[in-house]
Design a protein around this ligand. Structure first.
Ligand SMILES: *[C@@H]1O[C@H](CO)[C@@H](O)[C@H](O)[C@H]1NC(C)=O
Ligand SMILES: *[C@@H]1O[C@H](CO)[C@@H](O)[C@H](O)[C@H]1NC(C)=O
Ligand SMILES: *[C@@H]1O[C@H](CO)[C@@H](O)[C@H](O)[C@H]1NC(C)=O
Ligand SMILES: *[C@@H]1O[C@H](CO)[C@@H](O)[C@H](O)[C@H]1NC(C)=O
Ligand SMILES: *[C@@H]1O[C@H](CO)[C@@H](O)[C@H](O)[C@H]1NC(C)=O
Length: 954
């Protein structure tokens, strides 16, 4: 009875749907078979599916509702029908099939982060149940179909980051239930339809980065549910509408348009605002006092406009303000004193075309504790340099060029500001203190971040700085730009400048400096501008480096100079003797003063001497240093002959050699740093610093170091390691290794042992106290093998200590600091500029595992852009491991010749390799937080060895 009843009902239902759903041109679509067909159509237009996400689609033994990304309804007429389609970040390429429109019960269409091309199907409009269309980050083209305006249930339309063109359909104003409308980062033209103002439920709205013209519709002021309004980077004109009813608005971004007129004082009624960005428009008038009512505002960005008048006092009420950017306006008058009580302020900038004046308030001990940037260039501020900045321990940039500042540079800036990277006080009236001419510089206690120092056009005076090396100055090794021109400096160039090996620009012109031009400038490879004109320098001009290029060197108006390259047209030097004593001085400096290096030595030899405590005491430091001289290493390696070259790395070459250590002749590996390679010095320091702190059976041992000058007087740095006779893992995996005429292969057990060795080393480094050590460059060529084939992790040239406090910007300054390992092995997040982390090492280790057991490099061209070693292995796991495993591991005679046909799926070796590859996959997850901890990887590998160790013995 029941059966007959439903039998009768079905056709009735069908015809009902047919009549109500007349928009469906394709006819009646009411059953599960239609959904099935529609999904198969969808799949048929997907050209590329690199992760095989759609492999379950169409497999008859898998019910449709269990296909990947498909969700079905469970009740009523929705039962068994597709209600959600969600395929996110899968790199699917192809078009979106209009057959999706046959999924009558679809509520969510969610396909972001793919490479979908073609148009948004207009047929979607027929899906009256559809609530959410999310297609951002694809390559969709064409216009937004105006038909979408009929989707009365639509709540979310997000098609940002595509290539959509045309104008925004006015019909979208009919989407009465729309809550989110994102069409940012496309190529839309035309105007913003006034009809958008009808969307009373709209909460988030972004059209940023298009080419929209016309004005911001006044009707947007009706969108009383709006929390986010982002229209920046378009070509909008006209004035800003009052918008005073948007009482929930937290973000208002109208920057980088062509807006004119004043800021409506009604914006002060938007008391939920957290971010107000009106930068780069043509706005005029004064900044309204009413903005002081925005009492939870964190960011106020009004730069590059034409605001006039003074900064309203009320801005001092914005107690949560972090960013105050008023650059490049026409503001005048003093800064409101209350600004200096904004205790969360991080960025304060008023530089550019402003006419602000007044002096700074006295130090009350507790102002602006979070300040990172204080930029006031090109104004008319006067009085002393504000000492309250010394309490802003986060300060990175203090730039105040072209003001009327007087007095001296407070030495507390040097002693307190450990993150300072830029100090610009050019074109003021700064004077030197009487006692120390480079007094401020001498006070720089920890200036390792300082990159830019511009003190030009002041009244700095000086006398007799000859020979006096402000010892701490050597710490400023990041300095790239030094300008102290147009002052009254006297005396000679401080020799300590030699340590600033990263210098790019040196301008000391228009002073009264005298003495010789130090030769070390010729060795600074990066130096591209050198100006010492209008001084009293004398003696020989060097000919190398920067001095070989007459157009980068300005030395005019120094009476006593001679020699140099002919283009400088100087008279020849009469005697040659001035050079020698000076040269010796440089050697002394370079050998004696690199404090990091000395500490490094002390600690190394502290370890070294432990065994022989009785007869060697601390006095041996310099003896040891002298003993491993350039000459000794040169003779040990047969003048670094190519016959002894055993490898080249990121920062230098490694030679095999024999030296006497403790009365024994020892074979060693000598790593000679190529100091011309940018970052090599830091790499040397890093390796030194790391290796002095570590001891582990699976880490290479450092025996000694050498820092000296070579025969040409050029800096020479080398590290001496124990020699590991079996070379590196890269050679064993990818090159034929022959010994005694026998072809050698690393068998499964050896590979397992090596992976455990490397994991043990990494675990040790990551557990290191007080700070974990990150290797940053785990790869086969950095894994070395001793005669027992025990693996040792080497090359710590990129290693660094991990500071929990990841705001630490000291890392970011140099090329070395930006290096994050080797392509193929470096974690994907490093490519996005993320800080190094132990999880980055885990990623590299995971790739290493995959490489060791598949025999394929991550950089194999086979993988191309779409695929990676990780995906390649993942797709094969677990059934097809037999196809991707390194075939050398499956041969029965262990000689790697020919593959045994007898390998079965159940073979212990396959099971073992599968387990290892699974660990490799878990370690090399794209998402750092999904990666295995190295400790767990190690435990699992040990368990695998225990389980399979004997049964897989080749
Ligand atoms: C279909 O799915 C089943 C169950 O997951 C699987 O065993 C089978 O290999 C699949 N068939 C194809 C052709 O992929
Ligand atoms: C929708 O389904 C009908 C009936 O199965 C079919 O004829 C039509 O081609 C489908 N429409 C699309 C766009 O695939
Ligand atoms: C929008 O402004 C940009 C920059 O001024 C300009 O290059 C572009 O051509 C403008 N687009 C339109 C449609 O006016
Ligand atoms: C805006 O704020 C002012 C006070 O600042 C108030 O008088 C006015 O009524 C407010 N307007 C609206 C529309 O809320
Ligand atoms: C606005 O400022 C810019 C640059 O500061 C200037 O070129 C322009 O003439 C000014 N416009 C008005 C209307 O003052």
């Amino acid at each position: 009875m029941v059966g007959a009843g439903s039998f009768l009902l079905v056709p009735l239902f069908l015809s009902l749907v047919a009549s109500t759903n007349s928009a469906l041109s394709s006819g009646i679509a009411t059953n599960i078979a239609t959904d099935h067909l529609a999904l198969l159509f969808f799949k048929s237009l997907i050209r590329l599916d690199p992760s095989q996400a759609l492999v379950s689609w169409g497999n008859n033994s898998i019910p449709l509702c269990q296909w990947r990304g498909v969700t079905c309804g469970s009740r009523g007429s929705r039962r068994g029908r597709v209600t959600e389609l969600e395929l996110e970040n899968l790199s699917l390429a192809g078009a979106i099939s209009s057959s999706v429109a046959n999924l009558t019960f679809l509520r969510r269409l969610h396909l972001p982060g793919n490479n979908l091309q073609g148009k948004i199907p207009r047929e979607l409009a027929a899906l009256s149940n559809l609530e959410s269309i999310v297609l951002f980050q694809n390559m969709l083209e064409g216009e937004i179909p105006h038909e979408l305006g009929s989707m009365h249930n639509l709540k979310v339309l997000n098609v940002s980051y595509n290539k959509l063109t045309g104008s925004i359909p006015t019909s979208l104003g009919n989407l009465a239930n729309l809550e989110i409308l994102y069409i940012a980062h496309n190529d839309l033209t035309g105007e913003i339809p006034t009809e958008i103002g009808n969307l009373v439920k709209l909460s988030k709205f972004s059209l940023s980065t298009n080419q929209l013209r016309g004005s911001v519709p006044i009707s947007l002021g009706n969108l009383s549910s709006l929390t986010v309004l982002i229209l920046h980077t378009n070509n909008l004109t006209g004035s800003i509408p009052p918008l005073q009813n948007l009482s929930f608005l937290t973000v208002l971004a109208l920057g980088t348009n062509d807006l004119t007129g004043c800021i409506p004082s009604q914006l002060g009624n938007l008391t939920s605002l957290v971010i107000l960005d009106l930068r780069a428009n043509y706005l005029t008038g004064s900044i309204p006092e009413s903005l002081g009512n925005l009492n939870i505002l964190e960011s106020l960005s009004l730069p590059f406009n034409n605001f006039t008048g003074s900064i309203p006092n009320s801005i001092g009420n914005l107690l949560f303000l972090k960013t105050l950017d008023l650059d490049n306006n026409e503001l005048e008058g003093p800064l409101p004193p209350a600004l200096f009580n904004l205790s969360y302020l991080e960025l304060f900038t008023v530089q550019g075309n402003n006419y602000l004046n007044g002096s700074f308030p006295p130090d009350n001990g507790n102002r602006l504790p979070h300040l990172e940037k204080f930029l006031i260039d090109y104004n008319q501020f006067h009085g002393p340099i504000p000492t309250f900045l010394c309490n802003s321990s986060m300060l990175q940039m203090f730039e105040a060029a072209q003001n009327l500042l007087t007095g001296t540079i407070p030495s507390c800036l040097g002693t307190h500001l450990k993150r300072l990277s830029s100090l610009v006080l050019a074109k003021n009236q700064i004077q030197a203190t009487q006692d120390a001419d480079w007094g401020f510089l001498a006070s720089l206690a920890n200036c390792s971040d300082l990159q830019l120092l511009d003190l030009s056009y002041n009244r700095l005076e000086g006398n007799q700085i000859y020979g006096e090396i402000p010892g701490s100055l050597g710490a400023c090794q990041s300095l790239q730009y030094l300008n102290a021109s147009h002052n009254n400096l006297e005396g000679t160039i401080p020799l300590s400048l030699e340590q600033m090996k990263g210098l790019l620009v040196v301008d000391l012109s228009h002073n009264n400096l005298s003495g010789n031009i130090p030769e070390f400038f010729a060795k600074m490879r990066g130096l591209s501008i050198f100006n010492i004109s209008f001084n009293n320098f004398k003696g020989q001009v060097p000919e190398d480096g920067i001095f070989s290029n007459a157009s980068s060197t300005t030395i005019i108006a120094n009476d006593g100079l001679c020699g140099g390259v002919p283009q400088l047209k100087l008279p020849p030097c009469t005697t040659h003797t001035t050079k020698r004593p000076y040269f010796r001085l440089i050697v002394a400096v370079s050998v004696g003063s690199t404090c990091l290096f000395v500490i490094c030595l002390m600690l190394i030899f502290f370890h070294w001497n432990k065994k022989k405590k009785d007869n060697h005491q601390t006095s041996t430091i310099s003896e040891h240093h002298v003993r491993v001289s350039y000459a000794e290493l040169s003779s040990a390696t047969d003048s670094f002959s190519s016959g002894n070259l055993i490898g080249t790395g990121s920062f230098g070459s490694v030679f095999k050699g024999k030296i006497m250590i403790e009365e024994l002749q020892v074979t060693v590996a000598v790593k000679v740093l190529n100091l011309q390679q940018h970052g090599a010095s830091q790499s040397f320091a890093a390796e030194c610093e790391t290796l002095r702190c570590v001891r582990h059976r699976n880490l290479v041992k450092i025996l000694t170091v050498c820092s000296s000058v070579d025969l040409r007087g050029i800096d020479f740095k080398a590290l001496v390691f124990e020699f590991l006779p079996n070379g590196n893992l890269e050679r064993w995996l990818h090159q034929s290794v022959e010994e005694d005429g026998e072809y050698k292969v690393l068998d499964l057990v050896k590979r397992l042992d090596i992976s455990i060795d490397v994991a043990s080393a990494l675990e040790y480094l990551h557990q290191h106290k007080p700070l974990p050590i990150i290797h940053c460059d785990i790869k086969p060529s950095n894994i070395l093998l001793n005669d027992d084939m025990v693996a040792h992790v080497g090359d710590f040239g990129l290693a660094r200590f991990y500071h929990e406090d990841s705001n630490d910007t000291s890392e970011k300054s140099s090329a070395w600091a930006r290096m994050r390992g080797t392509i193929g092995y470096a974690a994907p997040e490093y490519g996005l500029g993320n800080e190094v982390s132990i999880l980055g090492d885990v990623y590299s280790y995971g790739i290493l595992l995959l490489e060791m057991f598949t025999g394929r490099r991550p950089t194999d061209s086979k993988f191309g852009d779409e695929l990676s070693l990780h995906k390649y292995v993942q797709m094969a796991l677990p059934e097809r491991v037999i196809n991707i495993a390194d075939q050398q591991l499956l041969s029965n005679d262990g000689d790697g010749q020919g593959i045994s046909n007898s390998v079965k799926v159940g073979d212990a070796r396959i099971v073992c390799i599968t387990s290892v590859l699974q660990i490799g996959i878990a370690c090399s997850n794209d998402n750092p937080t999904d990666r295995l901890q190295i400790r767990d990887a190690l435990k699992e590998l040990q368990a695998i060895r225990d389980k399979f160790g004997v049964s897989v013995q080749g």
